[in-house]
Ligand binder design. Structure first.
Ligand code: GDP
Ligand code: IMO
Ligand code: MG
Length: 429
């Protein structure tokens, strides 16, 4: 039995979709445990078909997998139905998808507030995806959220939406100078959508517990990444959930002692979308090179991703806060043809050297990378399927990353396709 958590170890978009697809072939369950349709996970199937998944777990493409949208996720019902319809149109069977009764629903007022709040912040904006994620989690924590199970009891749903809109409409009208929403229209729309997803509602934490008892393999597919975690990330430039390993237990109901494997997905360089500090960011031709060669454009918003060199301080930090057992390095192929590859091994903060993540965000904002230059390689490595197929300098690069990150590398991506992978260690029991 393997209960594997798969986590973004940087600022998101590390290749979690690809990794989930690869391991998903041998899983019985794939679970999303936090986030929502702020995520954009790309999967390129062995037959070359490409999928972009936002809310539905990437395991949906493996027919033997039961897919779970866990209690820690926030669900926009319209987006969910749209994504299911799109998958069905492409011939993907979605009958094996269930939704936790305890997941929260993103309501139209959450999306409206996310967008206007960002505009209101001006140059200090977070750069959110505008999907209502933050406002929905705010209501969850404030104990005024609407949960999936509320659609089964229309009078409770109506009470909750009316109570929420009492407050939200004042915010929209008085603070943000927008139109308020009509509670009845919001209620009717959700109840209408619920007709199409009601049959998927389940006690998913019980089902997952029973599956683990039976010795089945479960993969917990993280959204976002460690440095976007609301506790462990670069606050306030973070998302509003817990993508880190602890969040996998909370957001699925699988107890932490049942988790056997925690895989950190790391790009061989670094990207970030939205605002916030990014010590190794490249604002020059090298950054443009990584963006173009790596096709670094957001799957959800289409925004150009900020690009920079590999940051070993971030990698080490992720190993620590997630208790990583393994690393999956992606996009090594993007670095081919560079004469040298810089790796950030520490920070200079106002003349003081830091080998670990600084305690304060002020120090992190001032961090200047200290680089080590590693020799590059010019060969095309997309055909490599074992470490021995790689040029010596590419192997040297991986060895150094492993040493600096403090965790063994168990897989290496050399292209977007599921099979464009070097499997170093088999992670399934
Ligand atoms: P996710 O959000 O973590 O699932 O990552 P995204 O899908 O947002 O972004 C990762 C991008 O890199 C996608 O376009 C993937 O198809 C692509 N990708 C993943 N692994 C590799 C790899 O090893 N090499 C290359 N060239 N592309 C990869
Ligand atoms: P995947 O799962 C990269 C970023 C946004 C913004 C911040 C807060 O594909 O890796 P939010 O809408 O969550 O309130 O935005 O988090 N962000 C992501 N960046 N990949 C993602 O998901 C992201 N989801 C959110 O750009 O900076
Ligand atoms: Mg993504």
């Amino acid at each position: 039995m393997t209960v594997m958590v798969l986590i973004g170890a940087q600022w998101g978009d590390e290749g979690k979709g690809k990794a989930t697809d690869l391991y998903g072939e041998r899983m019985q369950w794939v679970v999303r445990y936090q986030g929502g349709n702020n995520a954009g996970h790309t999967v390129v199937r062995p037959d070359g078909q490409k999928f972009a998944l936002h809310l539905v777990p990437s395991g949906i493409l493996s027919p033997q997998v039961t897919n779970v949208i866990g209690n820690g996720v926030v669900i926009d019902p319209g987006v969910l139905l749209g994504e299911i319809a799109e998958l069905e149109d492409r011939g993907v069977d979605t009958s094996n998808l269930m939704i936790s009764a305890d997941a929260h629903l993103i309501m139209p007022y959450h999306v409206a507030i996310d967008k206007v709040a960002e505009r209101y912040l001006g140059s200090s904006k977070i750069g959110t995806t505008g999907r209502g994620i933050g406002p929905c989690y705010q209501d969850k924590i404030a104990r005024m959220g609407v949960r999936v199970q509320d659609v089964l009891d229309p009078s409770i749903l109506a009470q909750k939406v009316e109570a929420a809109l009492d407050v939200k409409n004042q915010m929209l009208v008085k603070i943000y100078n927008r139109k308020g929403l009509d509670p009845q229209a919001v209620i009717d729309a959700v109840l209408d959508q619920a007709e199409a997803f009601k049959h998927r509602i389940a006690d998913t934490r019980l089902k997952l517990d029973q599956a683990v008892d039976r010795g089945e393999n479960v993969l917990l597919e993280g959204g976002q990444g460690t440095l976007l975690d609301v506790d462990h990330g670069t606050y306030p430039f973070v998302t509003s959930s817990s993508p880190t390993a602890g969040g996998a237990a909370t957001g699925s109901g699988i107890g932490p002692t049942r988790i056997t494997t925690v895989v950190g997905i790391l790009k061989a360089y670094t990207t970030r979308v939205g605002s916030g500090p990014f010590p190794t960011e490249l604002l020059d031709a090298s950054g443009e090179y990584l963006r173009e060669t790596g096709h670094e454009r957001g799957v959800t918003t289409g925004r150009a991703r900020r690009c920079g060199w590999f940051d070993a301080v971030v990698a080490r930090y992720s190993t620590r806060v997630n208790g990583l057992t393994d690393l999956f390095i992606t996009k090594l192929d993007v670095l081919s043809s560079l004469s040298t590859v810089p790796v950030c091994v520490g920070y200079d903060v106002d003349g003081v050297r830091f080998d670990e993540m600084p305690m304060t965000q002020t120090a992190f904002h001032h961090a200047k990378p200290i680089y080590e230059e590693l020799p590059g390689w010019s060969e095309d490595i997309t055909g490599a399927r074992t470490l021995a197929d790689l040029p010596a300098n590419a192997r040297r690069y991986l060895d150094r990353l492993e040493e600096l990150a403090g965790c063994r590398i168990s897989a290496v991506g050399v292209g977007p396709g599921q099979n464009e992978t070097i499997v170093v260690n088999d992670l399934l029991a």
